[in-house]
Design a protein around this ligand. Structure first.
Ligand SMILES: [Zn+2]
Length: 106
């Protein structure tokens, strides 16, 4: 699945790594993903949230993405790849806390 790249506008933004986050009281499903554009080489980190609460048939999706320096992209990608699809606890990467206001382990 490709997404529109916010920099070059081409639908060439690919998810390179993804892991589910530990359950959060606010969201039913939440993942952290790294993305890379095959067109302009933009790299970023995306937090994807999905909630099925509220009215019947209502589903709320939320994507929050940040373009990050290559070093941060690589660090988060390694973190996600090492998690085996699921981060059982708050990730140990302080930059994520700065980017997303996320709880991170020290
Ligand atoms: Zn691009």
């Amino acid at each position: 699945m490709s997404f529109l790249c916010p920099r070059c506008g081409e639908p060439r933004l690919e998810i390179t790594a993804s892991a589910e986050l530990a359950p959060d009281p606010e969201w039913d499903e939440e993942s952290l993903q790294t993305v890379q554009c095959e067109g302009c080489a933009l790299v970023g980190v995306v937090r994807y949230s999905e909630s099925r609460r509220g009215a019947l048939d209502s589903e709320v999706c939320w994507h929050e993405g940040h373009e990050v320096p290559a070093a941060d992209y690589q660090a988060v990608r390694r973190l996600l790849e090492g998690a085996g699809g699921r981060l059982a606890q708050a990730p140990k990467y302080a930059k994520l806390g700065q980017l997303f206001g996320m709880r991170v382990a020290r």
